[in-house]
Design a protein around this ligand. Structure first.
Ligand code: ZN
Length: 290
């Protein structure tokens, strides 16, 4: 009885969320179809930093949103609460997620993370996600552009000049790394984010979109940053890129996809527009060389 009720509750919840509209269908559908379409609402950018897998799964069930877990991965030069740095770390992580109702991902760090793992172990992941928010600073330092002293470490006095280099960096990340998802797409450092339209010119948008298409990379719609904004997304959709939803959430903020769902409805995104983890043999780490 409890199971029955919770299933009913789940389906009722699914029916009230907007994702169903994402599929664009207005006909009456069966409960199974309903459930399936709802499961397309996946938060592919979930961190377990201050939580546990069990707690995250509890939220996943409550919110009716499936999670893709992305532990940070790369060389020890990258500083994160948890960092997977070799095959043994990655195998242990994969074993932890095995058999649980999640997608298995990593958030790859810098451009040398591939050197930490064997292609065979990487291929056990469902997907690899990264962003372009760690940038080359003076003397080649890895600068996290969201940190307070980033402006001192990176030459950002000429903001338009920085922006050109930042866009080139995005393209470089996509060219060099076998990633499936570019996260936090069109994010900008403080002091620039407020004037997003000024920096994301059509030419710059095109460079990101062209690279995403060229390398088969999905572009994340971030519910935490409420990015990218519509002008970018409309161009990306028209060009045929795939999208993923991401909260970049730590507990209890994972699965909060309001911005993504709202904007997906506005763009009339349908199932083929959305990223799904590639079949074995088609994952970025299997398609690409590095
Ligand atoms: Zn993240």
């Amino acid at each position: 009885m409890t199971a029955c009720l919770s299933r009913r509750k789940f389906l009722a919840h699914a029916a009230t969320t907007s994702l169903f509209l994402v599929t664009g269908s207005r006909r009456r559908v069966s409960a199974a179809e309903h459930e399936q379409s709802h499961l397309l609402a996946v938060d592919f950018h979930v961190h377990l930093d201050n939580s546990t897998l069990d707690k995250a799964l509890e939220l996943s069930r409550e919110r009716g949103i499936r999670f893709g877990i992305v532990e940070h991965a790369g060389t020890k030069q990258n500083e994160y609460p948890t960092l997977l740095s070799n095959d043994a770390d990655l195998e242990q992580y994969l074993a932890k997620l095995d058999g649980r109702l999640v997608h298995k991902g990593i958030q790859a760090e810098w451009t040398d993370w591939m050197s930490c793992f064997s292609p065979k172990t990487l291929a056990k992941l469902d997907y690899v996600l990264t962003d372009a928010m760690t940038f080359t600073g003076k003397e080649g330092a890895r600068v996290k552009l969201w940190t307070r002293n980033a402006a001192e470490q990176v030459d950002m006095v000429d903001k338009q000049g920085f922006m050109d280099r930042f866009v080139d960096w995005h393209v470089e990340v996509m060219r060099r790394e076998p990633i499936d998802i570019l996260a936090n797409t069109t994010w900008l450092p403080a002091g620039m984010l407020e004037q997003w339209e000024l920096y994301w010119t059509p030419e710059r948008m095109k460079k990101i979109i062209d690279a995403a298409l060229k390398y088969g990379i999905a572009l994340e719609m971030s519910s935490s940053y409420k990015l990218p904004k519509l002008p970018f997304l409309k161009r990306a959709k028209a060009a045929g890129t795939k999208f993923s939803f991401g909260s970049n959430g730590r507990y209890p903020n994972m699965g909060k996809l309001d911005y993504c769902l709202e904007i997906a409805r506005e763009l009339d995104l349908k199932e083929p527009d959305m990223f799904v983890p590639a079949a074995d043999g088609q994952k970025a780490v299997q398609r690409r060389t590095w």
